[in-house]
Design a protein around this ligand. Structure first.
Ligand code: GDP
Ligand code: GDP
Length: 455
């Protein structure tokens, strides 16, 4: 069977085959404990609880590839989040608002057993102003006798409430039919598919590294910072930015421009946005503030992009503040902390002065080319044959695992499947990756190698 991946990165992008079209992005929102996670798990057909790294701050993933009745869509999950007690009401509404902004249509989950609450009503007000299609799911209606509970929710004015039991699956099919109908009819606001010919870029990095400044610099204009979480402004979520004559679609620029607010859970919002932007992007521009020490949060953002299988360009910003000492510190860091991404291009620049921003375009083009690249099977096998002859796998228990055949199963990012007669050691896989990179390039793109054992 398939073994672990060569660089330990979870492979998500390539599993998403490009054969079918996704109809859009569906967000599942509602206050805590109404059953959002249970519903998301039900839709995805899995029981496993979603992993939470740090309670109350980040989640493993926020967006998933889902399928119902032959239609693919993206599912944005906001469940599993414990809000701080302080300001819980507004925090939930804000969190839901971000999800709604990112989505084309919304499933609003309420608890049929508890009935309507003030938080529910607050969310409804936000939903009205957002103007996205909404389907109301009245959860925890576990049997037919409970269906009357749904009727109360007509008064939300959001149309027919669908009684469901996320736990038992009851009514979920009808709900999904209605939700996908809403998605198909929705104006495609998430930018997930349109404009489809542009490469999609996520500009990511922790607060204050200079994302907004770089965006301004690239767009050659001052932008107003929107500091209004109540959602009265209608920023475009995605924007077209021209770099060196090439148009790119920058994902969720509204989130970049929005000033970091001091509300509880601010980190969570920014992490949610970052994750969602990465999921929708092809290329991640990962920004660091080179003038201050690199933090775990910086590296975490970078790992998210790599783990999601995106093309990556690393941008070391605020170079204008660096003296000789800082530059040496940076070089040492590069050799240690960035060990995992030696394949990525690094651009040192200053978003403030514009110094070296003209170097971005080449790095981006290169990374995307690598990401798209396909190596013909004949060429791949001829090369691996030579590599193996010169450097056979070390003996294991008197046996020598041999590579029989290899093929590139997919691109974006490149994914190779190697058929071998036995387990290939981690070190040997790393060696193979280095050889492949040396021979074929792939600068700026993660690559994945999985080994399939035959015999
Ligand atoms: P979230 O915070 O909105 O993501 O809610 P969860 O999915 O974590 O569910 C909260 C609680 O409600 C859990 O104890 C679930 O087992 C329970 N729950 C979820 N769906 C149902 C349902 O359909 N019926 C019943 N009776 N309980 C449910
Ligand atoms: P964001 O939170 O990542 O969008 O960061 P901002 O673009 O808002 O920048 C945060 C702060 O860093 C602001 O005060 C910027 O003026 C400053 N800044 C951004 N880029 C540079 C740079 O290249 N050089 C210097 N000296 N300051 C910068």
């Amino acid at each position: 069977g398939d073994e672990a991946l060569i660089d330990g990165s979870a492979f998500t992008a390539g599993e998403r085959t490009a054969r079918r079209k996704e109809v859009g992005v569906l967000a599942v929102i509602g206050r805590p404990n109404v059953g959002k996670s249970t519903l998301v798990n039900r839709i995805l057909g899995r029981r496993a609880a979603v992993v939470e790294d740090t309670p109350g701050v980040t989640r493993d993933r926020v967006s998933y590839d889902a399928e119902w009745a032959g239609t693919d869509f993206k599912l944005v999950d906001t469940g599993g989040w414990e809000a701080d007690v302080e300001g819980i009401d507004s925090a939930i509404a804000s969190q839901a608002q971000i999800a709604v902004e990112l989505a084309d249509a919304v499933v609003f989950v309420v608890d049929g057993q508890t009935g309507l609450t003030q938080t529910d009503e607050r969310i409804v007000r936000m939903l009205r102003s957002a103007g996205k299609p909404v389907v109301v799911a009245v959860n925890k209606v576990d049997d037919q006798a409970g269906e009357y509970m749904a009727a109360e929710f007509w008064k939300l004015g959001l149309g027919e409430p669908y009684p469901i039991s996320a736990m038992h699956g009851r009514g979920v099919g009808d709900l999904l039919d209605a939700a996908l109908e809403a998605l198909r009819g929705a104006e495609r606001t998430s930018g997930f598919l349109t404009p489809s010919h542009l490469r999609r870029v996520a500009l990511v990095g922790k607060p204050n590294v200079g994302k907004s400044s770089l965006l301004n610099q690239l767009a050659h204009e001052e932008r107003s910072v929107v500091n209004d979480l109540a959602g009265t402004t209608r920023d475009p979520v995605d924007e077209i930015v021209t770099i060196d004559g090439e148009d790119y679609l920058f994902i969720d620029t509204a989130g970049i421009k929005r000033r970091q607010h001091k509300l509880s859970g601010a980190e969570y919002y920014s992490s949610l946005r970052t994750q969602a932007a990465i999921e929708r992007a092809e290329l991640a521009l990962v920004l660091f503030d080179a003038s201050v020490p690199i933090s775990d949060q910086d590296l975490k953002v970078m790992s998210s992009a790599v783990d999601a299988g995106r093309a990556v360009v690393l941008v070391f910003n605020k170079w204008d503040l660096m003296d000789e000492f800082d530059r040496q510190r940076m070089e040492r860091l590069w050799k240690t902390e960035f060990d995992r991404v030696t394949w990525a291009q690094r651009v040192n620049l200053s978003a403030k002065t514009g110094w070296h921003t003209n170097r971005l375009s080449r790095a981006m083009t290169q990374a995307l080319e690598s990401w798209d690249k396909r190596i013909p099977t004949g060429k791949l096998n001829a090369f691996l044959g030579k590599v193996q002859a010169a450097h056979p796998h070390p003996l294991r228990g008197g046996k020598q695992p041999r590579i029989l055949f290899a093929t590139q199963a997919s691109s974006r990012p490149p994914r190779f499947v190697v058929f071998a007669t036995g387990f290939l050691e981690h070190g040997y896989r790393r060696f193979l990756e280095r050889q492949l990179r040396e021979e074929f390039g792939f600068e700026g793109s993660p690559i994945q190698i999985s080994v399939n054992i035959r015999e």
